[in-house]
Design a protein around this ligand. Structure first.
Ligand code: HAM
Length: 410
């Protein structure tokens, strides 16, 4: 589990703020659900999925209730939907921590944060395009270029049932290669397809493809998603074995990967349709789609591609005080109230030390309040980049810096 500290956390805030802005531009509202849910909320999303069967942080509370820390964001959103029954289409976004007891490594953590969005209550393929567009444009706007989008269709219930039979027959015919994976293959034949085991690579490549078993409706839906993506200029590749890791997926599934990250954890975002989940949780039939994008991985990819480097410094102004502190309290207050990011030294440090702190702070300007200038109704303003100084009227210093600030290119 990672700690996120300043100044690196500025990039974290930036990524979240950009996503929030973009999601609201697409008409999505923020949804915040508890970090804990009843265990059963997650049981339904993956009875044959490691995330649920092996990696959940589950425990009994003092009242003997079985609870779990959220391992993913979709099930809680659907639980909230079923509980509150909002008007559909229900378009929501979130930023939330998720917990999975995985083997930690770079890009894979036991607590990770996801930005995500979900649309509940429409099965229109145009919504699939909108959801993919939302995450695609977000990643591109961060400056990421080395990204690929993979899409696939898991078909509807009918297509999937036929395919599962064919696939299971294929696994059984190759039981000698599958070895100890046979139990899992029997429980959910699809789960084998997203395995990263290298001794299965050949077998997986030759496996029958779901695309060949799609019903007419499912094939039509998938074709419309593809033409929609082309219409808005989003490049994609069809990956016939992309099945995604949760049991709730139906129809369209997709994943964005980064070529700048290690193959084992290069997925920046993943999602898809889960047309039956709300019903399985006791709600009305509610076709839905969404995605989750890992903040830590996005930041790793940004670092690897050297983008998102020019995050604004934390401060605009640093106040240096030679009056014993009282005047700095007032000046820094005024600066903040006109909308500037301002800070000062505390604890009666020497003027020299305060200027050192001003330089280290990354602020654009320093303001010095000293007795002699104050007597003449002035303060010293220093351009911390060039070292140039001028005197400005004390009463006008906040407005003066504000004007300079607004005139600067950002
Ligand atoms: P997921 O593919 O399990 O999907 O996770 C989404 C993203 O979260 C991944 O692409 C990755 O960027 C990040 N991620 C997952 N696990 C870790 C980890 N251990 N450490 C760091 N990052 C991680 C879901 O969770 C679905 N709820 C997505 C979804 C929403 N499907 C429909 N709606």
């Amino acid at each position: 589990m990672l700690d996120v500290l300043p100044p690196d956390s500025a990039r974290w805030t930036d990524v979240v703020a950009r996503f929030a802005t973009r999601a609201s531009r697409f008409g999505y509202g923020l949804v915040v659900t508890p970090i804990l849910e009843h265990y059963e909320v997650f049981q339904r999303v993956g009875e044959t999925t490691d995330v649920v069967t092996k990696q959940m942080y589950a425990f009994d509370d003092r009242g003997g209730r079985r609870l779990a820390l959220r391992p993913e964001g979709t099930a809680p959103v659907v639980r909230a939907f079923v509980q509150h029954r909002p008007v559909t289409p229900w378009k929501v976004w979130y930023v939330a921590p998720n917990f999975r007891a995985e083997q930690p490594q770079a890009g894979r953590y036991r607590q990770h944060w996801q930005l995500g969005a979900e649309v509940l209550g429409v099965d229109d393929p145009d919504v699939d395009v909108e959801i993919i567009d939302l995450v695609h444009g977000f990643l591109r706007a961060l400056g990421l270029r080395d990204i690929r989008l993979f899409v696939n269709s898991m078909g509807d219930g009918e297509s999937r049932a036929r395919y599962r039979e064919v696939l299971l027959a294929y696994w059984r015919a190759n039981a000698d290669v599958i070895g100890d994976g046979m139990e899992r293959a029997e429980a959910n034949p699809l789960r084998i397809l997203d395995s990263k085991r290298t001794d299965w690579t050949d077998l997986l490549e030759r496996a029958p493809q779901l695309g060949e078993y799609l019903s007419d409706d499912a094939a039509e839906h998938f074709a419309r998603v593809q033409s929609g993506l082309r219409a808005v200029g989003i490049d994609f590749e069809i990956q016939p074995h992309l099945v995604r890791g949760f049991d709730y997926y139906t129809s369209t599934v997709f994943e964005f990967t980064s070529g700048a990250l290690d193959a084992a954890q290069n997925a920046l975002a993943g999602g898809g349709r889960y047309d039956r989940l709300a019903e399985e949780m006791g709600g009305p039939p509610t076709p839905s789609i969404g995605f989750g994008a890992g903040i830590e991985r996005i930041l790793l990819a940004c670092a690897a591609e050297s983008v998102l480097t020019d995050v604004a410094p934390a401060l605009d102004v640093y106040v240096v005080d030679a009056t014993g502190g009282a005047e700095a309290t007032v000046v820094v207050h005024e600066l903040r109230e006109v909308g500037l990011r301002a800070d000062r030294a505390y604890g009666g440090r020497s003027v020299k030390k305060q200027w050192g702190a001003a330089d280290r702070s990354g602020a654009r300007w320093g303001v010095m309040v000293a007795p002699r200038e104050l007597e003449q109704g002035r303060v010293v303003v220093k351009d911390l980049a060039s070292g140039e100084q001028i005197e400005v009227r004390r009463a006008e210093v906040a407005a003066w810096i504000r004007t300079q600030h607004e005139g600067e290119p950002r």
